[in-house]
Design a protein around this ligand. Structure first.
Ligand SMILES: [Zn+2]
Length: 155
């Protein structure tokens, strides 16, 4: 179950917003197409396609989902920081490590991740000189995974 401040909620909302924008463009295109067809056949009645209705229903669904999650992530400093950290495994094409990516560079269909921060590499130290380590994809949401020796001391 996702927590309200889970960075994946922010990421999902961002992807939903992108899908919303694309579908709005698609809806405009479909509407213009239907209106053009009506004009072409000198019809006073515009026949909107079933696909147009489906796109419209999906847009409403996205609006509803975005409204329901509105105050769970945005304007939240912690969430902004968490998202920044969460982005650290993205490759130079903006894809999370292991996700589908283009054939450019190190990514050959699958994102090779951040070329500057490979999982397992030491990327710094905390105040007590304990190493901060780039975690693997599955543990990047766990702050303890970033400082494994801290975890070993406390529990
Ligand atoms: Zn890539």
């Amino acid at each position: 179950m996702a927590q309200p401040t889970d960075p994946s909620v922010t990421d999902l909302r961002r992807e939903l917003a992108k899908a919303h924008d694309a579908l709005m463009d698609a809806e405009t295109h479909l509407a213009r197409h239907a209106e053009m067809n009506a004009a072409l056949h000198c019809s006073e009645r515009v026949m909107y396609s079933p696909l147009h209705a489906k796109v419209d229903a999906t847009i409403q669904g996205i609006k509803h989902a975005l409204a329901r999650t509105e105050n769970t992530t945005d304007q939240d400093d912690d969430s902004d920081w968490a998202h920044l950290v969460w982005d650290l495994d993205r490759c130079q094409h903006g894809r999370h490590q292991g996700d589908a990516c283009g054939p450019d560079g190190d990514c050959n269909g699958t994102s090779a991740g951040n070329p500057h921060l490979r999982p397992g590499s030491v990327i710094g130290y905390d105040m007590r000189r304990r190493p901060i380590v780039m975690p693997d994809r599955d543990h990047k949401h766990d702050p303890a995974a970033w400082c494994p020796s801290r975890k070993a001391v406390t529990g």
